[in-house]
Design a protein around this ligand. Structure first.
Ligand SMILES: C[S@@+](CC[C@H](N)C(=O)[O-])C[C@H]1O[C@@H](n2cnc3c(N)ncnc32)[C@H](O)[C@@H]1O
Length: 289
């Protein structure tokens, strides 16, 4: 496969065409479970049962692990989903045994799938990546879209508006930072930020920590879930050497590719949706990098 191209292909088919140990870094955000319809029958995210979704994403992560170099890293962003299809608030019914996927039917009963339940889907995937794939989780970064300071009664950042009234709005998502082995490429200096107070010890700035604000950016594209450009910028600077190869197996509107061009890295992308690939190619062309 050639670099600096976005292929219109199913994620697993695309990954299986890549050689072992061939990319430096993977930065990606798969579709959420049960939230968006990207208009393709092969899309991931519309499985009836969240466990089927989790299993598919872990299959993708297995291939991701295979294609990154031994020194490579994977930056995996995913927001959570709430369960609401089964039962209603009054009956608060649990998913009946017969509705479970065949693979787990009859094996256990669980209270996991209750109406209104926050599924912790991203953490369930991360745990499977540790347990079954042997990936090494180095950080579970909280991507803050908007913060609130209850003492000062102030807030900052930008997130999607929400009308929810019986819980707090969701202003953050997970960004997992995985390594394939204990010795991996990581350029901390490139992502340091200035100290708040003058007595900081490192002239290059401080370690940004694992709670990082990447505010959503204004967007005129017809894509529902674009990265703000600062998110792939952070991951690329920290995770991929100059002239290295970054793979985004769910490229969408091409934000990862755009930032790769700007930062002198090569990219490979996959997406099922031709219209998104057109948007991505146009954005790359317009950026002039
Ligand atoms: C959350 S979006 C990615 C957005 C991207 N980070 C951006 O900045 O635009 C997920 C993408 O996965 C794509 N997708 C869904 N199922 C897929 C599959 N089976 N193979 C490849 N792409 C898929 C969707 O078309 C969608 O563009």
């Amino acid at each position: 496969m050639q670099t600096n191209k976005i292929y219109c292909v199913d994620v697993l088919k695309g990954l299986r065409r890549l050689k072992d140990n061939s990319v430096n870094c993977i930065i990606t955000s798969p579709p959420y479970w049960a939230l968006r319809d990207y208009g393709n029958k092969n899309q991931i995210g519309l499985e009836d049962h969240p466990q089927d979704y989790i299993n598919k994403i872990v299959e993708v992560m297995k291939e991701c692990k295979r294609v990154i170099k031994p020194t490579g890293t994977i930056w995996f962003n995913l927001g959570d989903s709430y369960y609401s299809r089964c039962g209603n608030e009054k009956t608060n019914t649990y998913l009946k045994n017969h509705q479970l996927p065949k693979s787990v039917r009859g094996k256990f009963r669980s209270n996991w799938l209750q109406h209104k339940q926050k599924l912790l889907i991203q953490f369930r995937i991360a745990i499977k990546c540790q347990d079954e794939l042997g990936l090494i989780l180095r950080n579970d970064i909280t991507w803050v879209k908007q913060w609130s300071d209850f003492k000062d009664k102030s807030s900052g950042g930008r997130c999607m508006p929400s009308g929810v009234k019986d819980r707090l709005t969701t202003n953050s998502e997970a960004l997992f930072f995985f390594a394939k082995s204990g010795k991996y490429y990581f350029d901390l200096d490139s992502v340091r930020i200035p100290y708040r107070y003058k007595w900081g010890s490192n002239p290059k700035g401080k370690n940004p920590g694992d709670c990082i604000m990447f505010p959503l950016e204004p967007n005129r594209e017809k894509h529902f879930a674009m990265f703000p450009s600062t998110l792939p910028e952070f991951c690329i600077k920290a995770g991929c050497p100059k002239k290295g190869i970054v793979l985004d197996p769910f490229m969408g509107s091409g934000t990862t590719a755009l930032v790769c061009k700007k930062l002198n890295r090569n990219f490979i992308g996959f997406d099922l949706n031709k219209d998104y690939i057109k948007i991505a190619l146009r954005r790359i062309k317009e950026s002039g990098n």
